[in-house]
Design a protein around this ligand. Structure first.
Ligand code: CP
Length: 320
C-alpha cells in the first residue's frame, strides 16, 4: 500500500480487516518493523480517537510520532494558488507539506470540509495537494468527504460480531444540533458495499448521500421499516449533500431508542463517537449490551496498525 486516502488504495477490504483483527490478537508482533521511521500526525480539526489510536498504532510498530495541531500550534496556512500572501496567513500549504515531508516518513492528515463548496470538498483538493507536496505516503485521518480508518475499524467490528451469514446492516441518519460532514456515512457505505454486505440507508427526505458513494444500497425514508430484522445499526448525523451543507427540517423523531432497536434482529448498535447522548441515541441503547461503540473505538488502533504496517512494508521494499 503506497498511501491510504480512500478505499481505492486497498480494495481488498475484508482481507485488510482480517489483518487488523489479527493485530488485535498480537499487537506487538511487529514491534520493530517501523523502527527508525517517523509518523507525522497533523490536525486541522479536533480529535480524540483518531489522534491517539493512530499514535498508538505507530508506536506499536516501533515508529516515532510528531503530532501537530494547525489550529493554534502552527502558522496559519494559505492554500490558494498564485495568491499574494499579504493577509493573516503566514505559510503556504506547499512549503508546510514539503517541510513535513522532510521530517516524516509517513504523514496522517485530518482536514474537514468547508460544507459551503461541494465541488471543492468532493475534489478532496486539500488532501491531494498536501500529499503531492509532501512527497511521502499520506494516511487520511478524516478528510472532506471520507473517513476510511473509521470505516475499516467498523468493518473489523462487524466481522468480530457477525453471524456466519452475511449481515444485514442499516446506516440510519440521526439528529444533531450542528451541521456535520458526510465523511463517516460516505466511507461506511463504501466499505460495507465493498465487503458485499446488504446495506440499507435510512434518512429523512433531503439527506440523500452522493449516489456514487452509495450505489448498491437500499434507500429507505421510513426508519422503522429500515430497522426491521437488522443485525447492525449504525447511527450517524450528516448534513445534506443535495442542498449542500444545509440541514432541512425533519418532522419525525429519528433518535435511536430501545423501542426502535427492538425492531431489529437482536441488532448491535454502532457509532463512530463522539456521540450526543439522548439526541442521536438514548442512554438505554448506548449503555446497553447491544452497544459496540467501545469495540469500534478499540479497533481504531488495529485498523491504523494494519494500514501503517502495509505502508511501512511497501516503503521498505522500495528502499531495499
Ligand atoms: N471517530 C473519530 O474519528 O473520533 P475523533 O473525531 O475523536 O478522532
Amino acid at each position: 500500500m503506497r498511501q491510504f486516502l480512500s478505499l481505492r488504495d486497498h480494495e481488498q477490504v475484508t482481507a485488510l480487516a482480517a489483518q487488523g483483527l489479527q493485530l488485535r490478537q498480537q499487537p506487538r508482533a511487529f514491534a520493530q518493523l517501523g523502527a527508525g521511521l517517523t509518523m507525522g500526525l497533523l490536525f486541522f480539526n479536533p480529535s480524540l480517537r483518531t489522534r491517539l489510536s493512530t499514535q498508538k498504532a505507530a508506536q506499536l510498530l516501533g515508529m516515532d510520532c510528531l503530532p501537530l495541531d494547525f489550529g493554534g500550534q502552527a502558522w496559519g496556512i494559505e492554500r490558494a494558488k498564485g495568491v499574494v500572501m499579504d493577509g493573516d496567513k503566514a505559510e503556504h500549504l506547499i512549503e508546510a507539506a514539503g517541510v513535513l515531508g522532510r521530517y516524516c516518513d509517513v504523514i496522517g492528515l485530518r482536514a474537514f470540509p468547508s460544507l459551503s463548496d461541494r465541488e471543492a470538498d468532493y475534489a478532496e483538493s486539500l488532501l491531494r495537494e498536501f500529499a503531492a507536496a509532501a512527497g511521502v505516503p499520506v494516511v487520511n485521518l478524516e478528510s472532506a468527504t471520507r473517513h476510511p480508518l473509521q470505516a475499516l475499524a467498523d468493518l473489523m467490528t462487524i466481522q468480530q460480531y457477525r453471524a456466519p451469514k452475511p449481515p444485514k446492516v442499516v446506516l440510519t441518519w440521526a439528529p444533531h444540533p450542528k451541521r456535520l460532514p458526510q465523511a463517516v456515512p460516505n466511507s461506511f457505505a463504501e466499505w460495507m458495499l465493498a465487503a458485499g454486505y446488504e446495506l440499507t440507508i435510512a434518512q429523512p427526505p433531503g439527506y440523500e448521500l452522493a449516489a456514487e458513494r452509495t450505489a448498491g444500497a437500499r434507500i429507505e425514508y421510513d426508519q422503522d421499516r429500515a430497522l426491521a430484522g437488522a443485525d447492525f445499526v449504525y447511527a450517524k448525523n450528516w448534513s445534506a449533500y443535495g442542498d449542500y451543507g444545509h440541514c432541512p427540517a425533519v418532522a419525525e423523531d429519528w433518535q435511536l431508542t430501545a423501542t426502535k432497536m427492538a425492531r431489529t434482529q437482536g441488532g448491535k448498535f454502532m457509532h463512530c463517537l463522539p456521540v450526543r447522548r439522548n439526541v442521536v441515541v438514548s442512554d438505554a441503547v448506548l449503555d446497553g449490551p447491544q452497544s459496540l461503540v467501545l469495540e469500534q473505538a478499540e479497533n481504531r488502533v488495529y485498523a491504523a496498525q494494519a494500514v501503517l504496517k502495509n505502508i511501512v512494508e511497501q516503503l521498505k521494499s522500495t528502499s531495499s
